[in-house]
Design a protein around this ligand. Structure first.
Ligand SMILES: [Zn+2]
Length: 445
């Protein structure tokens, strides 16, 4: 019915408005036509300053780069293996790297250069990397702020998963080798937060624990935090039930000073504290980031990490004021993801997926997203150091180059198919690369 009303309205519109799309969209166009449009769009897209929704800008030996570490054994995707020649291209472009491979003696040249930048201790180095890639602003996921990152360019996203693990974690950690690495690191982050609030060990009752959780979030926001981040998909299902407070309180009372909770007890407690965090995010107007895609490690559960698990939370009217940012595009569930963003307060980004797949495939994903909810998608680099030679610098380059070329191709196709005009294409590119994120985080520009 609604469609009929719209069509009727359209008929009464002045001719100029009705004629902006001059012809009906068609399913394909000639490759030569697309290439011509691409060549016109790309130089203009290169000029758009990027707002990077997700990165780990860091030197490789800085343990604050993430709240977790690489699992003991991981199978890297083809593009991220050391043999990818694109990393050499990145080093050449950023540093005039004089070699064509990363043999140990050649890689030394690059490592020495980065060590010297780290030793200098000032913020000019990372600013210069952003400048070379025309990245204006960048969210930095870190356990704590780093003195070598310029707070004007790098905005802090802090981790909150540790609040879900306050009890004896013996059983969780021993489930598999990956959790054996991850969970002790969560315990460390929680201890760090305790130190920050000058307490040793967790409080004696749930009310005091909740207040510790809420106050820590307030403190982190005051220190410059622009969003909180859950990496929960690495530890458990993204499905969070809605248990009554009394249940969580009974579990807290039973285990706060010792004893190992059962899987069910721990999950119920976590589901409750998770909702305290979401509620606090709403009160503080603080966006909430989720790792929502495949993850590294041999034990990552695709089923548990599927962002559809979050549907009951992101569609809950109690949280309609919370901005949910489901990062990594839900990959491989990118189509489900764009439909999750149909809710006004849900966003996604192309971090991680943008360097897992090649630009030809990223183009397909972006074309689909742009065709549906273009105001809800953001660029993210997930820049991360892979080793001492290939660092966050090279992955910033790989992600930025991939996204600019992929979005140019996606838009060129849409223009050639008569779906949009070239000026609309540039507007959509600006939304994806910069404006949507800048609007979400309230940057005055
Ligand atoms: Zn990341």
């Amino acid at each position: 019915m609604k469609h009929l009303i719209h069509v009727a309205l359209l008929a009464t519109l002045p001719l100029t408005a009705a004629c902006t799309a001059a012809a009906q969209a068609k399913p394909s166009a000639s490759q030569a036509e697309v290439a011509k449009i691409y060549d016109r769009l790309l130089p203009q897209i290169d000029k758009i300053p990027i707002y990077d929704n997700h990165s780990h800008a860091t030197f490789p030996d800085d343990s604050d780069m993430d709240a977790q570490a690489a699992p003991p054994d991981e199978s890297s995707v083809l593009r991220l293996r050391d043999t990818n020649p694109e990393f050499v291209a990145a080093a050449k472009s950023l540093f005039d790297y004089p070699y064509d491979d990363f043999s140990p003696e050649h890689a030394r040249w690059l490592i020495d250069k980065k060590k010297a930048a780290e030793a200098s201790g000032n913020t000019a180095y990372w600013d210069s990397i952003l400048d070379k890639l025309n990245i204006e602003t960048c969210l930095a996921n870190r356990v704590a702020l780093a003195s070598y990152l310029d707070p004007k360019r790098f905005h802090w996203v802090f981790f909150v998963d540790s609040f879900l693990f306050p009890f004896n974690n013996r059983d969780v950690s021993s489930k598999n080798g990956d959790l054996g690495v991850y969970i002790p690191l969560q315990e460390k982050v929680l201890q760090r937060y305790e130190k920050q609030k000058s307490i040793s060990g967790i409080p004696a009752d749930l009310a005091a624990y909740e207040s510790f959780v809420r106050q820590t979030v307030i403190d982190n926001q005051k220190k410059g935090g622009v969003a909180m981040k859950f990496e929960a998909a690495y530890f458990r299902s993204l499905y969070f039930s809605d248990p009554p407070r009394e249940k969580a309180e009974a579990i807290y009372t039973k285990y706060h000073s010792g004893g190992v909770p059962s899987d069910d007890e721990y999950r119920i407690f976590q589901d409750y504290i998770f909702r305290v965090l979401i509620d606090q995010a709403g009160k503080l107007n603080l966006p909430v980031h989720f790792h929502s895609a495949v993850g590294i490690g041999d034990y990552f559960s695709l089923r548990n990490g599927n962002p559809l698990n979050l549907e009951n939370v992101i569609r809950d009217p109690r949280y309609k004021n919370v901005a949910f940012v489901l990062i990594h595009g839900g990959y491989p569930y990118t189509l489900e993801m764009i439909w999750l963003t149909a809710a006004k307060n849900v966003y996604t980004d192309s971090s991680l997926v943008g360097y897992y797949v090649y630009p030809s495939e990223l183009k397909n994903i972006l074309k689909q997203w742009i065709s549906l909810y273009p105001e809800k998608i953001m660029f993210g680099s997930d820049a991360f150091p892979f080793n001492d030679a290939v660092g966050a610098e090279e992955t910033f380059w790989l992600a930025a180059r991939s996204a600019r070329t992929a979005v140019a191709q996606a838009l060129a196709e849409l223009v050639s198919e008569n779906a949009i005009t070239e000026s609309k294409a540039l507007e959509l590119a600006r939304m994806y690369l910069h404006d949507n994120a800048s609007k979400l985080y309230g940057d005055k520009k």
